[in-house]
Design a protein around this ligand. Sequence first.
Ligand code: IMP
Ligand code: MG
Length: 186
Amino acid sequence: MAEEPYPYNFIDKVLISEEQIKNRVNELGEQISKDYASSEKLLLLGLLRGSVMFMTDLMRRINRPMTMDFMSVSSYSGPESSGFVRIDSDHKTNIFGWDVILIDDIVDSGLTIYTIKKLLLDRKPHSLRTCALLDKVDRHKIEIEIDYCGFEIPDYFVVGYGLDLDEKGRNLPYIASVDLNKIPKA
Ligand code: IMP
Ligand code: MG
């Protein structure tokens, strides 16, 4: 039997290899370690579930005292730019006075990061920055800049390294584009 190249048949091609991700995550970890060299209250706050693989690799490269927490959110974006973000599960830490880095897997319209950032600022952290593995800059519908960005990518739907298509594909160690003609019917 011929071996399938990918474990999911909706995959088109690998966009970012395991090696490229590893190198970039190392760089981001070094940068964050430098930028927070004088902070004793660094908190990585990840958005579930897409950011898990990225965040757990990134934190291994941060050579500073730190803690981790998570939030779970769902975003609904309608056909127009309107949309809203629902908090399904909030973080446990009181972030007052903490240096928070909000981490997501990918920025598309920007609505999720923008909304959560605004909400967290109301909770008075000492500082707040954003970090995302991937950024589809051409898709932003809102003015937003990511402080720590892994890779800017064109407008592909991608899976792997935590990112999913209907919960599938998170386990892939690389980032791959999806062939929209091969998406399984629900
Ligand atoms: P935004 O609020 O439009 O920026 O959407 C961000 C969220 O949409 C991310 O946290 C992902 O869960 C999801 N998302 C956007 N693009 C992709 C993609 O290409 N693959 C997987 N998930 C995506
Ligand atoms: Mg997400």
